[in-house]
Design a protein around this ligand. Structure first.
Ligand code: NAI
Length: 794
């Protein structure tokens, strides 16, 4: 071919990267690669190994240790032994270590990029230009958090030993997202990479040790699901951080329920990519390429559902097909390749199966002719049109280079389609009308929204999902909190059993002098009789009955959730308006201090002075959250690209709250007030031993302009009702402050829909102590951060 012909055809020649240094590194440590535990290589006590394969050519790269229980024990023991000294280092010393890790990543950047590429099959262009630079950026950013920890997270300390289980789609980047904040906060780590992609984690651990990281601070145990499960079950692990499939996330939630382990889950997605008819179509096409064909579509936040406004659908699809024809699929180490290999034959089979289902369901498929090599683990870019929103391929995460397309007419329809998924990880919105994009972004139920862009990540901007995409955030300040706890939290005493065990009874106590009436439930701003027709007696500590409340059941909870769900106007009310209502509630409670104090006395046996103190503290707490209502603002991050990232604190929606016994009125309001102040609607279950202060509160609510349905109160068996709330699909979160059994039951019941939970593990807070009972922890629990990326410039 002469030069003229080459220019005419504009074909790419192969530009292969050498894998020599990466293979040398493997050879130096292999052919069997051991665990990296306590600062050195350790052969598996299990004596088991498995093969690690290069998906691009199907050839074995090396053997990897298959960790058993004893290997996990050794790693956890090493992490535990190292944790005290690591946590005692000054923030500055830890910052120096994290800084050294960032520098180390840069020093070894090419080796890490090539290792990643041959192990995972992703294009070297991506590992070199995206994954590895983001890894370094993450450690730099978190060196900063270590440096500032004492001043920015006062009164907080590390959780202890953290078990981290990561997937194969971004092996080294997921390591960085997990390890950097954990170490910055003073935790030590046992990390298990995915069985398909262990190499860069092992190399990282070795290089980190050489860069001065003390032995035991970062331990890497390799293996498959069983190894992961041994970490999850280990009794000396304080937190599990998991990224992977929703199915395994559920299993981990079930296994850790009631164990007291902290848990964050970053799970799957089926993220919408919304294109309005005034979008820059060429820009949108490039965005789609990035959204679904980056990393072979094996991205948890991949824009895998293309939603196009009807009028431009034909034009956009035509341009997209033309662009698909130019995508190059092939050898990952070829620098001119767009799409590399699928991670493993099992994943390829999964993609093929879902594509077959899509075709069988009547969707129309487009794949560029001859796009992918016939041999090896490759799959061509694939586009489905004529897709029904209820079809399998529109609902299930395919985790491959497969895009499904649907159309919409109006912005409302776009939002409804976008939210029509069990997931809620990310979304892209394309329009030249910034007003429209900023109107749509807050309505999308997901953790990240990219405007006229996609798949943007930065260590300063938290990443994480809503709903079945998991909970917890990685990156930024919110990500640091996932690895910290207030120092007093370790020292809380167990909750005391109420002096008199609450009993249900049909017998009326109306003959007893002290009784005035039976309190009903409070649902939708009105008093409601319990569905059961039963009531439960409330006793004073000396055994005298002091009143009766309704015996709420499953149906009452369902009714309360339904009205709470309908009271969505509260979430969009202005913060000023919410503050006004809370001030008004405080004012009305204050006016009834003596009445409430007497009620508390009768139920708890407290002195009048003590009971008055509780009411006064409750009034003060309402003031606190009236104050916070218009001050718990988000943040604006300046990401290194030409974007501003708006981190918005959004309400969760409907929160179920099971209130503590310790201080029946103060505990109830310490929890309900922050939830309401942040725009949530609440279904509260008052203390079963002393519910009358909460039921008396109906009168305060009736006179305080709180819209009906915002705060609903259902009395009855706390653990039973809290479990119903935890199982309910229309409740976004459950807070539980009863006993240890109830905490475990709520966590277990939340497994089905992966609801966010906040439980006390049977530990009693001091509700009078503002450090334990109000402020940022409560506001954080009442909100979730949504990061909206807004580009600027030409
Ligand atoms: P997976 O969820 O099984 O694996 C993720 C990690 O969890 C791996 O390190 C694995 O060894 C570990 N693991 C597996 N079973 C475990 C258990 N019982 N206890 C503790 N750890 C356990 O994901 P897999 O099988 O590799 O991929 C299956 C599907 O999951 C994909 O097709 C994709 O749809 C989804 N996925 C989603 C990811 C995301 O980032 N959202 C990442 C990886 C997979």
């Amino acid at each position: 071919m002469n030069i003229q012909e080459a220019f005419d055809r504009m074909d790419y020649g192969p530009a292969p990267e050498s894998d020599g240094p990466a293979r040398e590194w493997i050879a130096r440590h292999g052919p069997k690669l051991r665990h990296f535990i306590d600062g050195g290589w350790q052969a598996p006590k299990s004596r088991k190994w498995f093969e690690s394969v290069n998906p691009a050519d199907g050839k074995t790269l090396c053997e990897i240790a298959d960790g058993g229980q004893k290997d996990v024990d050794a790693a956890v023991a090493a992490a535990r032994a190292a944790q005290g000294a690591w946590a005692k280092l000054s923030g500055h010393r830890r910052a120096r270590h994290l800084y050294a890790l960032a520098r180390m990543v840069q020093r070894h950047s090419r080796l890490l990029a090539v290792l990643e590429s041959i192990d995972n099959g992703k294009p070297i262009r991506e590992t070199r230009d995206i994954d590895v630079p983001l890894v370094a950026r993450h450690f730099y950013h978190h060196a900063g958090w270590a440096q500032l920890a004492a001043s920015e997270f006062p009164g907080h300390g590390p959780l202890g030993v953290v078990g981290q289980i990561i997937p194969w789609n971004f092996p080294l980047l997921m390591l960085a997202w997990k390890v950097a904040p954990a170490l910055a906060a003073g935790n030590t780590v046992v990390l298990k990479p995915a069985e398909f992609t262990s190499l860069t984690a092992l190399a990282f651990a070795e290089f980190a040790h050489a860069a001065g990281l003390p032995a035991g601070v970062l331990n890497v145990v390799t293996g498959g699901g069983e190894t992961g499960e041994a970490i999850v079950r280990h009794g000396d692990v304080d937190k599990i951080a998991f990224t992977g499939s929703t199915e395994i996330g559920r299993r981990i939630r079930a296994l850790t329920a009631g164990s007291g382990k902290h848990l964050t889950l970053e799970l799957g997605g089926k993220s919408p990519f919304i294109v309005f008819d005034d979008a820059d179509l060429d820009g949108a096409v490039e965005g789609i390429v990035d959204a679904i064909w980056f990393n072979q579509g094996q991205v948890c936040c991949a824009g895998s559902r293309l939603l196009v406004q009807e009028g431009i659908a034909e034009r956009l699809i035509a341009r997209l097909r033309a662009r698909m024809d130019t995508l190059r699929v092939g050898a990952p180490l070829d620098k001119s390749i767009d799409i590399g290999a699928i991670v493993a034959p099992v994943q390829l089979a999964r993609i093929r199966k879902l594509v077959e289902i899509g075709r069988a369901e009547g969707a129309e498929m487009y794949q560029p002719e001859g796009a992918a090599p016939r041999e090896g683990c490759f799959y061509p870019p694939t586009l489905f049109t004529n897709v029904h929103p209820a079809s399998t391929i529109a609902r299930e995460e395919i985790f491959g280079p497969v895009l499904v397309t649907m159309t919409f007419r109006t912005p409302d329809e776009a939002v409804a389609l976008a939210n029509n998924t069990a997931y809620g990880l990310a979304a892209s919105v394309w329009s030249e009308n910034v007003n429209l994009t900023l109107d749509v972004a807050p309505k999308l139920k997901c953790g990240v929204v990219w405007i006229n862009s996609t798949n943007q990540f930065d260590a300063a901007a938290g990443f994480g999902g809503y709903r079945e995409s998991g909970y917890g955030r990685e990156g930024g300040r919110e990500g640091m909190y996932e690895y910290l706890a207030p120092v007093w939290a370790h020292k809380l005493p167990p909750v005391a059993a109420p002096a008199i065990a609450p009993a249900t009874g049909e017998a009326s106590v109306s003959a007893v002098e002290t009784i005035d009436r039976t309190a009903k439930l409070y649902v939708g701003g009105k008093q409601a009789r319990p569905d059961s027709g039963y009531s439960r007696r409330v006793f004073a500590p000396d055994g005298r009955p002091v009143g009766e409340v309704g015996e709420g059941n499953r149906k009452d909870i369902r009714n309360a959730v339904e009205v709470a769900r309908k009271a969505g106007g509260w979430s969009s009310a202005t913060a000023h308006n919410r503050a006004q209502v809370l001030y008004y509630m405080a004012e009305n409670l204050d006016a009834r201090t003596n009445e409430f104090a007497r009620r508390i006395m009768a139920q708890t046996g407290a002195s009048l002075a003590r009971a008055r103190r509780e009411v006064t503290a409750a009034t003060t707490r309402l003031f606190t959250y009236a104050a916070w209502a218009d001050k718990y603002d988000g943040a604006v991050h300046s990401a290194p690209v030409r974007d501003v990232t708006l981190a918005m604190n959004e309400p969760l929606g409907v929160i179920g709250i099971a209130c503590p016994d310790e201080a029946p009125l103060l505990g109830f309001l310490s929890l309900a007030a922050p939830a309401i102040a942040m725009g949530n609607r609440v279904v509260a279950i008052p203390s079963p031993s002393a519910p009358l202060a909460a039921t008396d509160f109906y009168q305060v609510l009736d006179t305080s302009d709180l819209p009906g349905g915002v705060l609903n109160i259902v009395t009855g068996d706390r653990n039973g009702l809290a479990t119903v709330l935890a199982e309910h699909d229309d409740v976004e979160a459950v807070w539980y402050f009863g006993d240890a059994e109830g905490s475990a039951a709520v966590e277990r019941a939340s497994t089905g829909n992966l609801k966010r939970t906040w439980v006390n593990n049977g530990r009693a807070r001091d509700w009078y102590n503002p450090e334990q009972a109000e402020g940022h922890e409560f506001l954080r629990q009442a909100t979730q951060v949504k990061n909206i990326w807004v580009p600027y410039g030409e």
